[in-house]
Design a protein around this ligand. Structure first.
Ligand code: M6R
Length: 609
């Protein structure tokens, strides 16, 4: 989730690039940089931290008259935030410069090959291989060198490259990550998102997957991978600046819900092989020690805790490991039984939640191994833990966690698969089958999100109800807890989430005619039990809104409304079944006129006890 901006034209470009980066800051901001082509040389300025630091570095610098350049704001995925890891990156000669958004999955192999051929690397990033690949393939034609480099790269990316020999040319390329051209008069822009150039032009060309683009002040040439020209229309966008930052979505929360397929795909990228082999690059605990783990203890708060609850099912089911869970603010005041064979997993989107940090530190002091699952590179949790599994969801701005939750579930699934292989609790062919299915989930989710209108209609029928009950069993229970939390935090409607089998021991007293009861009733080994619980709800004349598996027509006869999700195996089902509950909460909150991005009394990061 980095931000890219590039300019070629007649105007001095340093400030244009810097202003573009300001508009992209919402995409990530652990470091930033610019490179400009000035008098036959590449000049580069980079700084760690937010853009104010880059601005300080730029003041009075060289190259302020240059009119071709690249800018980048970084959201670290490979390599900690540092000046060396900040983009742009150079080749060995210092004449080629690139900025990249995405992940180069085979970067380790490419780096070894290129090092063997004499290329010297200055950063720990995956992105730097691209500048060296272009150098390797360059024989006077930058477009051809970029084309050949793409052939070597596996992963998903968008990047822009310049060469000091071609002072008025920028070459861009994309695979799965966005890249837009802003068309001006005697000048053109390339960016990862429209806000970066919206103040300068509203005429846009979208570059498609597997395409290159060569941009000069006079023109824009879109090319396929055989370098054949592609006809592409210019579209005029009429967004205001605020809508543009949200990528055209009405709120950040909605944008982030729709970014979930990418968050999931990025979190899995390069980590889960087709054979079910898992590579967790920063886990930092030797395989022998992980294989000897006899208990996993998950500590977290809020939505992160719910991801941990999903984790219990996969850790028990796949890795046959005993699992305990605790809310971090409770754990820290107990005396939990931990040993060097206990693996404590602290889950925190921000990596800064005070209660989770203290719980992790206490666990480490007791001799347990500690892993952090977090979305923020360099956060405190990453410094306190023995190892880290990063979720690569990109910056989440909405206070209500959505895409980071899905990425946390994927991260804990990766840990469970890793332990399963090390402990030999699943045969390799089963691990391979789970891997194949997991890799297919982002596409299922994309399909699902295309047809989300049903949820909006359901929300219209229930948004004025004063109370919602959520019921689920098995792996559907944490999904209910998360759905209920989403609704209460953004719509302020009181909710209760309960194990469906426990309803008759108390919560059933809450039900009356028309009370909305949301039931997670996806296919699985407890489905029939859930159906019995639905009957109990119906007997009290309450209304049932079910989340069910596509193809289950029969459930319609016992429910008032059904939100269908694509079929998956039971262990992967939360990756899909939580999404209609996010959307239901979202639409209800909007209908009630609530500010979904900044609900009252809540902070995105809770750094106090
Ligand atoms: O940054 P963390 O994941 O540690 O935050 C934990 C909770 O504060 C967070 O999940 C909170 O519950 C969200 N508002 C949920 O949407």
């Amino acid at each position: 989730m980095c931000g890219i901006i590039a300019y070629v034209g007649r105007r001095p470009c340093t400030d244009l690039l810097y202003q573009g980066l300001r508009k992209l800051e919402y995409r990530g901001y652990d470091s930033a940089g610019l490179s400009v082509l000035d008098n036959g040389e590449v000049r580069i300025v980079r700084a760690v931290g937010n853009l104010d630091n880059l601005e300080r570095e730029l003041k009075g610098g060289d190259g302020n008259g240059a009119s071709t350049g690249l800018g980048h704001t970084r959201w670290a995925t490979h390599g900690r935030p540092s000046t060396e890891n900040a983009h742009p990156h150079l080749d060995c000669s210092g004449r080629i410069s690139i900025v990249l958004n995405g992940i180069i999955e085979n970067y380790a192999v490419l780096r070894d090959e290129l090092s063997g051929e004499g290329h010297g690397f200055r950063s720990e990033t995956d992105a730097e291989v691209v500048s060296h690949l272009i150098e390797k393939h360059y024989d006077g034609d930058l477009v051809e060198a970029v084309r050949r480099s793409i052939g070597d790269i596996e992963g998903h990316f968008a990047f822009c490259a310049v060469h000091a020999d071609h002072p008025q040319l920028i070459v861009g390329a994309r695979k799965e990550c966005p890249l837009m051209v802003g068309v001006g008069k005697d000048e053109n822009f390339i960016a990862s998102a429209i806000p970066a150039f919206l103040s300068e032009t509203r005429d846009v060309i979208a570059i498609e997957d597997g395409e290159l683009v060569a941009v000069t002040p006079e023109g824009v040439e879109v090319l396929d991978l055989e370098l054949r020209p592609v006809e592409r229309d210019v579209t005029r966008v009429n967004w205001d600046a605020d809508a543009a930052e949200k990528g055209g979505y009405e709120t950040f929360m909605r944008k982030e819900i729709f970014e979930q397929p990418a968050a999931l795909a990025d979190t899995l990228a390069g980590r889960l092989g087709g054979d079910g082999m898992v590579t967790l690059e920063d886990i930092n605990i030797p395989d022998e020690e992980l294989a000897a783990i006899d208990k996993v203890y998950v500590v977290a708060c809020g939505t992160s805790y719910h991801a941990g609850l999903v984790g219990r099912y996969v850790l028990e089911g796949w890795a046959r490991t005993a699992v305990e869970l605790d809310i971090a603010s409770e754990f820290r005041y107990r005396d939990p039984v931990l040993s060097p064979r206990t693996l404590v997993i602290g889950i925190s989107q921000s990596g800064e939640t005070a209660d989770t940090l203290v719980a992790m530190r206490q666990a480490k002091k007791s001799g347990a191994k500690v892993i952090a699952i977090t979305n923020i590179m360099g956060s405190q949790a990453t410094r306190d833990a023995d190892g880290v599994v990063y979720t690569r969801a990109g910056l989440e701005i909405g206070v209500a966690a959505t895409k980071t939750h899905l990425a946390q579930i994927a991260a804990i699934q990766l840990i469970a698969l890793h332990l399963a292989r090390l402990k030999g609790t699943k045969p390799p062919e089963e691990l391979a089958a789970i891997s194949a299915e997991l890799h297919g989930v982002p596409d299922l989710l994309t399909d699902y999100l295309r047809r989300e209108t049903a949820t909006r209609e359901i929300a219209k029928r229930y948004f004025e109800k004063p109370f919602f009950l959520y019921l689920g069993r098995g792996i559907g229970l944490p999904v209910c807890l998360e759905g209920a939390l989403k609704l209460k935090e953004i719509s302020y409607i009181p909710t209760e989430a309960y194990a469906a089998g426990e309803m008759k021991h108390g919560p059933i007293a809450l039900l009356e005619k028309g009370s909305p009861v949301v039931v997670v009733a996806t296919d699985g080994h407890v489905y029939d039990k859930v159906v019995s619980n639905i009957e109990e709800v119906r007997a009290r004349e309450a209304s049932v809104i079910a989340v069910a598996t596509e193809g289950n027509e029969q459930i319609q006869s016992i429910c008032d409304d059904v939100m269908y999700v694509p079929r998956t195996s039971e262990m992967l089902s939360p990756l899909l079944s939580v999404v209609p509950l996010q959307l239901l909460a979202y639409h209800i909150a909007l209908l009630k006129g609530c500010n979904v991005d900044q609900p009252r009394n809540l902070a995105k990061t809770v750094t106090v006890e």
